[in-house]
Write a protein that binds this ligand. Structure first.
Ligand code: SF4
Ligand code: SF4
Length: 216
């Protein structure tokens, strides 16, 4: 059985380590809600307080939602090949937007480990640590809540999974910039969880135009 909210907060040490170590990705509607809370336009919020968060995975990666390979064309190969000696085929890419961190931690984490935007916080914050992400157990050995995560996957994880699938479908149909309308100008680019460097919105747009060409 999933833990109740009360059980979760009784077990959680409120150490704030998840907010310090974990980058938070957003869905477009969450950006709207947080921008409103911060009294910023969505455009200003996305451009100044968020960053691109683009991850590429081998298609065989377990526990990760898939995304069409057509969205992983030459440009990604070029970017990857700068860092790696060979680029195995069969990748997919997750292009997302994340909260830009400040001095290595979430910019909305208060000194007492409370959250400045708690009621409006993005879905992954509420899900932590009940997510199936390989390798996280090693990163959070002290997190008692994490120890329970192998035993239970509550409904909210499933809800989020559904939302994110819709998000990726929309991106496949309309394109990243059309779904977001405004975006950060640049951000981070990963292979699995390994940070490879910076990616700009122009590079991401080029990937999309290659995809559009492939579809013709
Ligand atoms: S969920 Fe885990 S890492 Fe996050 S504050 Fe609670 S105990 Fe700490
Ligand atoms: S938005 Fe709030 S809950 Fe989420 S990582 Fe930042 S401080 Fe933590």
């Amino acid at each position: 059985m999933p833990l109740t909210r009360k059980q979760e907060s009784d077990i959680c040490l409120s150490c704030g380590e998840c907010c310090k170590r974990y980058s938070i990705t957003l869905l477009p509607e969450e950006a709207t809600i947080i921008a409103k809370k911060l009294k910023l336009s969505k455009k200003k919020f996305l451009e100044n307080y968020c960053e691109l968060f683009v991850k590429v995975y081998p298609k065989t990666t377990p526990g990760i939602l898939t995304f069409p390979t057509t969205f992983f064309p030459k440009k990604i190969g070029e970017l990857l090949s700068r860092e790696l000696t060979s680029v195995p085929g069969g990748f997919f890419v997750l292009p997302q937007i994340a909260l830009k961190r400040k001095e290595g931690v979430c910019r909305y984490l208060n000194k007492d480990n409370t959250c400045q935007i708690y009621n409006e916080r993005p879905f992954p914050c509420g899900l932590f640590p009940f997510m199936v992400v390989p390798g996280y157990e090693e990163q959070y050995p002290f997190c008692e809540l994490f120890k329970k995560s192998n035993k239970t996957l509550p409904n909210k994880s499933k809800q989020y999974s559904k939302k994110i699938k819709i998000y990726f479908k929309q991106m496949d149909e309309k394109g990243f910039t059309k779904v977001w309308k405004s975006t950060p100008k640049k951000g981070k680019f990963f292979l699995n969880e390994l940070l490879l460097g910076e990616i700009t919105i122009k590079q991401l747009e080029k990937m999309m135009s290659v995809k559009a060409t492939q579809k013709k």
